[in-house]
Design a binder for this molecule. Structure first.
Ligand code: BDR
Ligand code: CA
Length: 308
């Protein structure tokens, strides 16, 4: 089978970095490029971090294109309390040597979609600003599907109502969910079951250079989760689950529902209202992750990272 062409649109970010490594370790996908967006940190930092990770594994052949510097409408808020000042605190990664390509992320994505007659999957793991801009500015460049990390059927993680990626740019997220494209939402309901625990970090640390670096990422990332989510017993690998849903169908169970993004209330800002019971009589507009075998996912992740 031909590998599925993907672009990872991300804001590294500890779990974004792991998603990037998982993509590089997965023969089921061809990573056409990495595009960056402001989110976990400012755009200059998320872009530098994408380059740093690619340089760490000698994959500077993968182009990086920088995208939106701020959300469509809202003020920018970064998540330094989770990801640190660099956006990738923890391991001693050298500063980026390379630079992003001289193209805006959305122009790069549009050309790559057109070059493949639409046969390209977008995997957004940050706020959806770049994707919304792509839809607005290049309406002809429609990806085959979008598999995004964001949202929650249940409790949010930045407010009780909302998950960070959707909360950060709710207007962009609404545009994506209303696009009519094949959209899959991998939300907190499944990613909070995909947890790296101390015993996994121990295995990572002894699995080679990349594993050791990921263990150091998890050491830092785990501090926030230990404080805020002690019941998880480790760090959820949000963004790698979206990637794994592309490489390994069946790992995440999905249902098709109508999803609306709250852009109008302050308390509900960025809430993904997932109509699981058909109460609003709206046709489904998204596939939504509802179940995952968390242990199988973590084994898969560790196994793949061990190949790098
Ligand atoms: C999402 O927000 C970011 O902090 C993570 O990288 C992930 O994409 C989880 O809510
Ligand atoms: Ca992210």
């Amino acid at each position: 089978m031909q590998p599925e062409s993907i672009i990872l649109d991300c804001d590294p970010g500890h779990d974004d970095a792991v998603a990037l490594l998982l993509a590089l370790a997965s023969p089921e996908v061809e990573l056409v490029g990495v595009t960056t967006v402001s989110g976990n940190q400012t755009l200059d930092k998320t872009t530098a971090n994408a380059l740093r990770v690619l340089e760490f594994v000698d994959r500077t052949d993968v182009p990086v294109a920088a995208g939106a510097e701020r959300p469509l409408v809202r003020e920018q808020h970064v998540a330094a309390h989770v990801h640190g000042e660099s956006g990738l605190d923890g391991p001693d990664l050298p500063p980026a040597q390379g630079t992003p390509i001289d193209r805006h992320a959305i122009d790069f994505i549009a050309d790559e979609i057109r070059a493949r007659d639409g046969e390209l999957t977008l995997v957004p793991t940050g706020p959806l600003t770049n994707v919304a801009l792509l839809l607005a500015i290049h309406p002809d460049a429609r990806p085959r599907r979008i598999v995004l990390m964001g949202g929650a059927i249940g409790e949010g993680n930045v407010t009780p109502a909302a998950e960070f990626n959707i909360w950060a740019d709710p207007e962009a997220a609404r545009r994506v969910f209303e696009s009519g494209l094949d959209v899959t939402m991998i939300g907190l309901d499944v990613t909070h079951q995909a947890v790296i625990r101390p015993e996994h970090s121990k295995r990572l640390r002894s699995s080679g250079r990349v594993g050791a670096m990921v263990a150091e990422l998890v050491d830092f990332y785990g501090k926030f989760h230990g404080r805020t989510y002690p019941e998880l017993g480790g760090s959820p690998m949000h963004d790698p689950v979206a990637l794994a849903h592309v490489t390994t169908p069946g790992l995440v169970e999905v249902g098709e529902f109508a999803v609306t993004v709250d852009c109008s209330s302050e308390l509900g800002r960025g809430r993904t209202n997932v109509d699981r019971r058909g109460r609003n009589a709206q046709p489904p507009n998204a596939k939504v992750g509802v179940g995952i075998d968390g242990d199988a996912f973590v084994e898969h992740l560790l196994e793949r990272l061990g190949t790098l």
